[in-house]
Design a binder for this molecule. Structure first.
Ligand code: NAD
Length: 457
């Protein structure tokens, strides 16, 4: 496995792929070690994960540099990801004890009957991860998974391998046994080999296409499977919104180069404020600094995967053929003689015949469509196979509540966007996936319930 820096194409690491035999050995070792790990008092596992957190804090600058080097993420945003990881870990550390505690649901002294819900770890789980926020999406699984007493076989994305290896080092140094957390190196074929093992649960973050393949591979296995997949997240700006919200929405669309599962991917604006909104939006985009991702002022580095440039260019071509206007960008671009960037792209005169309004762009691109009413906006927001997030900007709380109640998405936002909270479940609908991470549900997801019926006489 070769790791390249997307900003200049240089080779930054070369690591042998994990072979199919090694995947089997890792599974067998994990299966043998898991019961001991689960039998430790919870406080020991909490202490170990707390040491892992301390390790992240200690190495934060180096880990941010590493993430920027291998993904092209702007350095300020790499630091944000690592800093944002800390409250997520804290949430899990603070809530794991109550989430895993036995719950007595009936105590009937007369009948001598007690009913209790207990929670047991799943066993050995597979964690197959994406590259766009490797710290976030990985830790949503391995932190609660390990705390709940599971062994984790972690397959980081081939585009964030160095970070994946660093996660292993940090967990092992903190005291997680090597058998209980293993890092498997490779691309899709190593992921598929991992799923051929008799794992007890599968937790995947990535594209709909891969998620579907995984669901097909697991059909009939009767094991828990969570899939956190892509999105085509819409936002509606209603007639009573301040056009200045364009600034926050431009950030929601272009942050991390638009490579976020919950990036704003399409915007509907009421005709009465459309012109003012678009003017403000474009002015914000004009202020984005594109260039060397190690520069603290840079907002847009290179795309992590050069292949995505073709997807973006073809969405622009399709939209233009069908009548769209390119207000900004629309083409691949370079920096210091190196290819790999895509100019931040704003398309208007768009409609739902165009791929840019239907398919995930996963890049620095947005379509802005004029609408005539709230009902039209809701219908367009729901005209998708995805269902990750959706937002409404309005000064009227009732109006927002009414519209968002009708939108089919796992997370809904009033006057905000592109936001994830450790306290709330993160879940998708339709092609955006199944299952929830984060929140207390994202702890119990790593357990199976056991219902105790205890009759003393
Ligand atoms: P991807 O589907 O290409 O790859 C994801 C992972 O799956 C990688 O580790 C890859 O090696 C592995 N893989 C590929 N083929 C496999 C197979 N047949 N069997 C097992 N594993 C296989 O996705 P990506 O490019 O890494 O990530 C981008 C996608 O992830 C976007 O669609 C984005 O929206 C989505 N995403 C979703 C969330 C969420 O929380 N819903 C979060 C981050 C990213």
């Amino acid at each position: 496995m070769k790791v390249h820096n997307p900003a200049d194409g240089s080779l930054i690491n070369e690591v042998p792929d994990t072979s199919v035999e090694e995947v089997g050995t890792a599974f067998a070792a994990a299966a043998a070690a898991q019961a001991d790990w689960a039998a430790r008092p919870l406080i020991e596992r909490i202490d170990i994960l707390r040491k892992f957190r301390a390790g992240v804090v200690y190495r934060l600058e180096e880990l941010a540099d590493m993430l920027t080097e291998e993904t092209g993420k702007a350095i300020s945003q790499s630091r944000n990801e690592l800093n944002g990881l800390l409250p997520r870990i804290d949430f899990f550390l603070d809530h794991v004890e109550s989430a895993l505690a036995d719950e007595t649901v009936l105590e009937d002294a007369d009948a001598g009957l007690v009913e209790v819900i207990a929670r047991e770890p799943l066993g050995v789980i597979a964690n197959i991860s994406a590259w766009n926020y490797p710290w976030f999406v990985g830790s949503n699984v391995f932190v609660p998974g390990l705390l709940a007493g599971n062994a984790v076989l972690y397959k980081p994305s081939e585009f964030a391998l160095n970070t994946g290896l660093a996660i292993g080092d940090l967990l092992w140094s903190a005291g997680v046994p090597r058998e209980v957390f293993a890092v498997l190196v490779g691309g899709g074929e190593v992921g598929a080999a991992l799923l051929d093992q008799p794992v007890d649960g599968v937790f995947f973050t990535g594209s709909y296409g891969t998620g579907r393949r995984i669901a097909e591979q697991l059909a009939g296995r009767m094991i828990p499977m969570q899939l956190e997949l892509g999105g085509k997240d819409p936002v509606y700006v209603a007639s009573d919104a301040d056009p200045a919200v364009a600034e926050g929405l431009a950030d929601g669309a272009f942050y991390n180069n638009g490579q976020s599962c919950c990036s704003v991917e399409r915007i509907y604006v009421h005709a009465s404020i459309y012109d003012a909104f678009v003017e403000r939006f474009v002015a914000t985009v004009d202020g984005f600094v594109l260039g060397d991702p190690t520069n603290p002022d840079t907002y847009l580095g290179p795309l992590t995967r050069p292949q995505q440039i073709e997807v973006l260019a073809s969405q622009v071509a399709d939209a233009v053929t069908l009548g769209a206007t390119v207000l900004r960008g629309g083409t691949p671009t370079d920096h210091d003689g190196h290819a790999g960037w895509f100019a931040p792209t704003v398309l208007v005169d768009v409609n739902h015949d165009m791929a840019v309004m239907r398919d995930e762009s996963f890049g620095p691109m947005i379509g802005i469509q004029r609408v005539g009413s709230d009902d039209e906006a809701v219908a367009l927001m729901n005209d998708t196979e995805f269902g990750l997030t959706a937002g409404v900007y309005t000064s009227d709380a009732d109006r927002a509540r009414r519209m968002l109640a009708e939108v089919n998405a796992g997370s809904v936002y009033w006057n905000c966007c592109d936001r994830v909270s450790p306290r709330l479940p993160w879940s998708g609908r339709g092609h955006s996936g199944i299952g929830s991470t984060l929140s207390v549900m994202g702890i119990t997801a790593f357990t199976k319930p056991k219902a105790w019926h205890r009759r003393s006489r």
